[in-house]
Design a protein around this ligand. Structure first.
Ligand code: FE2
Length: 285
């Protein structure tokens, strides 16, 4: 019989996981136990506080669904998602940012130059970009998964007034790595506050606003996939993102332009905004 004490408990628990076959998983579980126990010891966690923590997780599970992950949002507002993004950064590559809860696989495939505006109200924007490696060589096989919210601040998944797949698409870049996309100026929005994460923000007197942004995932064979966001530099919330996703390099000007030939070619109004978006991918490790 092993006599479990405060002094041998942590090592005993760690040891109980020593037969996990995968080395990396074994290491992660070991360090998770280590830091969880250190947290409880350092804070002298009480029974009541432990029960409230468990109840918080229960409430997160209850409000989660296939289209809403309260746990992802929890990770976001705690800065964990951004930390993982920053740890994954590679020199010279475009910086990553949070995936957010509104990415859905299987967006419709369109070609470069597609126009997503359709019947949506809002300010027209032309995104002009090029996908290259960190030396600036075009990645001709790159593809882009794009999604954003509508002028009312909502993504199509949360808004019955929007058609399915509104303001999202996948495109393949052209033979020089370039792409164009006609869309709308995105809007700032509130992260959901009707769950336990909202309670946490409330008691912390924290804002739930996210600054206006586009979401993109960029992939190319042999290169590290990039999950990131592009922010509107005119948005006042850009300095106070509830999920810590803003990086200076991802904040872009939305510049007014009115080139008649471009407008005609892409189905844009006479006056539109342009966002230039160079994207650099790091080679796969
Ligand atoms: Fe978003």
């Amino acid at each position: 019989m092993k006599n479990i004490t405060k002094d041998n408990l942590t090592d005993t628990v760690k040891s109980s996981f020593r037969r996990i076959d995968d080395e990396r998983t074994r290491h992660l579980v070991n360090r998770l136990v280590h830091h969880l126990h250190a947290f409880a010891t350092e804070t002298q966690l009480s029974h009541e506080e432990w029960r409230e923590g468990i109840a918080f997780l229960h409430r997160a599970a209850e409000i989660s669904s296939p289209s809403r992950s309260e746990f992802t949002l929890m990770s976001d507002v705690l800065g964990l998602s951004s930390l993982v993004d920053l740890l994954a950064a590679r020199p010279g590559a475009t910086e990553g940012s949070v995936l957010g809860p509104f990415h859905t696989r299987g967006s419709p495939w369109m070609t470069s130059g597609a126009n997503l505006i359709k019947n949506n109200p809002g300010q027209a924007v032309l995104i002009r970009g090029r996908v290259t490696d960190v030396q600036g060589q075009p990645l001709t096989q790159a593809s882009i998964d794009f999604w954003q919210n509508a002028d009312n601040g909502m993504y199509w998944q949360m808004d019955d007034s929007q058609p399915q797949d509104n303001l999202r698409c996948q495109i393949q870049v052209l033979s020089d790595g370039s792409f164009e996309l006609a869309t709308l100026r995105p809007q700032p929005y509130l992260v959901p506050t009707d769950g336990p994460v909202g309670e946490l923000l409330g008691v912390s007197h924290r804002d739930a606003w996210r600054p206006a942004h586009f979401h993109i995932i960029v992939e190319a064979p042999g290169y590290r996939s990039l999950i990131t966001e592009v922010f509107d530099d005119a948005d006042p919330w850009v300095d106070k993102d509830a999920v810590f996703g803003v990086r200076a390099s991802l904040v872009r000007p939305f510049k007014p332009e009115s080139d008649a030939a471009t407008a005609a070619r892409l189905g844009l109004p006479e006056h539109y905004l342009v966002v230039d978006l160079p994207i650099r991918l790091a080679i796969q490790d």
